[in-house]
Design a protein around this ligand. Structure first.
Ligand code: BES
Ligand code: MN
Ligand code: ZN
Length: 490
């Protein structure tokens, strides 16, 4: 990952030069100087190459003037220029410069906060996971070590970048957890990795099997009992609200199934390896806690993750089993592959009982059905509270993690009635994501709650402007923004 530095504008004589440009406009600031220095060749070459400055468009001109390359990146229309376009332009830099060690970005004609957003985008897109590559050739490795961003105010750009850097670190933590293979990242290891948050001032509590049994987490333990790896629940507390401004905390809850085979209701073999990322909800919660603590948010935020591995074995739970949840409600387990809701049921009830949160937001790769409904563009949002739903939507739109609200209702709730217990864990194929949410709602105890089904957005099959393909860390930025909007402004 490249270092991001902010520097005073000065046209470099050689090396790689990046010009962020608005749509249809001539180069400004250092870009204008560069064009003049090249005798107008720069603008002629860009025109010949068909560069228009459209958002995310990137064109490379080789060996122009004294520069090894000039990369023009599009910011879109000047009238619509904002953080998102600047991030996307920054994101275009990383792939265009993979072979260079250093680059200078001419952002001196932009607002310094947008110069920071360019750096943020470049950072987010430049992330890469290569822990398990031992044979990559030197020439295939990305070389970019440092991006110097020229800005009219170094101090303002640096100040704007400080929280972005913290959020990026949270995003990277989540991506790393989600990408790690399931033999490495089992529940015990996941819980251990949460401890790094202590360095940021987060209180981290890890509960093991004995503790969970003592508490009566029957649903979560039922899922875990087929695995060689013990379950864990991790409770993370960030207490950043200023004294005298103490309100109820915001609680973030994540599904952390480190591998989901389906259990005895086993999944088909094809694509089962994807189920290593069935802990992406938990990954997002840990990443969000890192972001929130890293930027020293003035808010009280609790993160809880339920960590289990869902395996078939002689000790695994069976379809037909009835388990008793921490809330006291009983569940008939019809399908052992509907395990996420069983884990969340116990963690959510515990959360509302212990912390009485102002709002409870859970994230879970909960249902394949949400992919059928919304594809990979929006996460499903379910909520019992219109104001909270509105805030979650707004936070998602602001950071490019889009959500779409889905309905809840009594008629759906009837689908999970059981003949033998208080409820069953599946409601049949119709509205599968909704009945899953209805199940969760029974463990909110009526408190304000929002559920994000991120099964379609946690992993990306293609590169996106600020997200390389693979683990997206969907939710980290949304949760960070939600906390900023809700708790820091009241
Ligand atoms: N982890 C899966 C959901 C999932 C599917 C996530 C595809 C990401 C990609 C979840 O535990 C599951 O297996 N859900 C079942 C529920 C069904 C048994 C009611 C599903 O969606 O098929
Ligand atoms: Mn499952
Ligand atoms: Zn699952």
């Amino acid at each position: 990952m490249p270092d991001i530095a902010f520097v005073k504008p000065a046209l470099p004589k050689g090396g790689a030069l990046v010009l962020p440009m608005t749509e249809g406009d001539p180069p400004a600031g250092l870009g204008k100087e560069a064009d003049a220095a090249s005798g107008g060749l720069l603008t002629r070459a860009l025109e010949a190459a068909g560069f228009k400055g459209r958002k995310g468009q990137a064109t490379t001109l080789w060996a122009l003037g004294g520069w090894t390359k000039v990369v023009a990146v599009g910011l879109g229309k000047a009238s619509e220029l904002g953080p998102e376009a600047a991030e996307a332009a920054g994101g275009a830099i990383a792939p265009a410069l993979a072979a260079d060690r250093e680059a200078m970005v001419a952002a001196d004609s932009l607002d310094p906060s947008l110069a920071a957003s360019i750096g943020f985008g470049a950072l987010l897109r430049g992330w890469r996971f290569d822990r398990y590559r031992t044979k990559e050739k030197e020439e295939d490795k990305p070389k970019l070590e440092r991006i110097a961003i020229a800005t009219s105010s170094v101090s303002a750009a640096k100040a704007a970048f400080v929280p972005m850097r913290a959020v990026a670190d949270g995003v990277f933590m989540a991506r790393e957890l989600v990408t790690e293979p399931p033999n490495v990242l089992h529940p015990v290891e996941f819980a251990e990795r949460c401890r790094v948050l202590e360095r940021l001032g987060v209180e981290v509590e890890v509960m093991g099997l004995k503790e969970l049994k003592r508490l009566g987490f029957g649903a979560m333990i039922g899922v875990a009992q087929g695995s060689q790896h013990e379950p864990r629940m991790v409770v993370m507390q960030w207490r950043g609200a200023p004294k005298g401004k103490k309100a109820k905390p915001i609680a973030l809850i994540g599904k952390g199934v480190t591998f989901d085979t389906g259990g005895i209701s086993i999944k088909p073999a094809g694509g089962m390896e994807d189920m290593k990322w069935d802990m992406a909800g938990a990954g997002a919660v840990v990443g969000a806690m890192a972001a929130i603590a890293g930027r020293k948010a003035k808010a009280d935020v609790i993160g809880l993750v339920g960590l289990v591995e869902n395996m078939p074995s002689g000790t695994a739970q069976r379809p037909g089993d009835v388990v008793k949840t921490y809330s006291g409600q009983t569940v008939e387990v019809i399908n052992t592959d509907a395990e996420g809701r069983l884990v969340l049921a116990d963690v959510m009830w515990y959360c509302q009982e212990r912390f009485d949160p102002r709002a409870m937001v859970d994230l879970a790769t909960l249902t394949g059905a949400i992919i059928i409904s919304l594809g990979h563009e929006h996460a499903g949002l379910f909520s019992n509270d219109d104001e909270l739903a509105q805030r979650v939507s707004a936070a998602g739109s602001a950071v490019g993690e889009k959500v779409w609200r889905m309905p809840l209702g009594e008629a759906y709730d009837k689908q999970i009635k059981s003949d033998i217990a208080d409820m069953k864990n599946v409601g049949g194929r119709p509205g599968g994501s909704i009945t899953a949410a209805q199940f969760l709602q029974r463990f909110t105890n009526g408190k304000p709650w929002a559920h994000l089904d991120i099964a379609g957005t946690a992993w990306s099959g293609k590169d996106q402007p600020t997200v390389p393909k693979g683990a997206t860390a969907f939710g980290v930025r949304l949760l960070d923004r939600l906390v900023e909007d809700m708790a820091e402004e009241g």
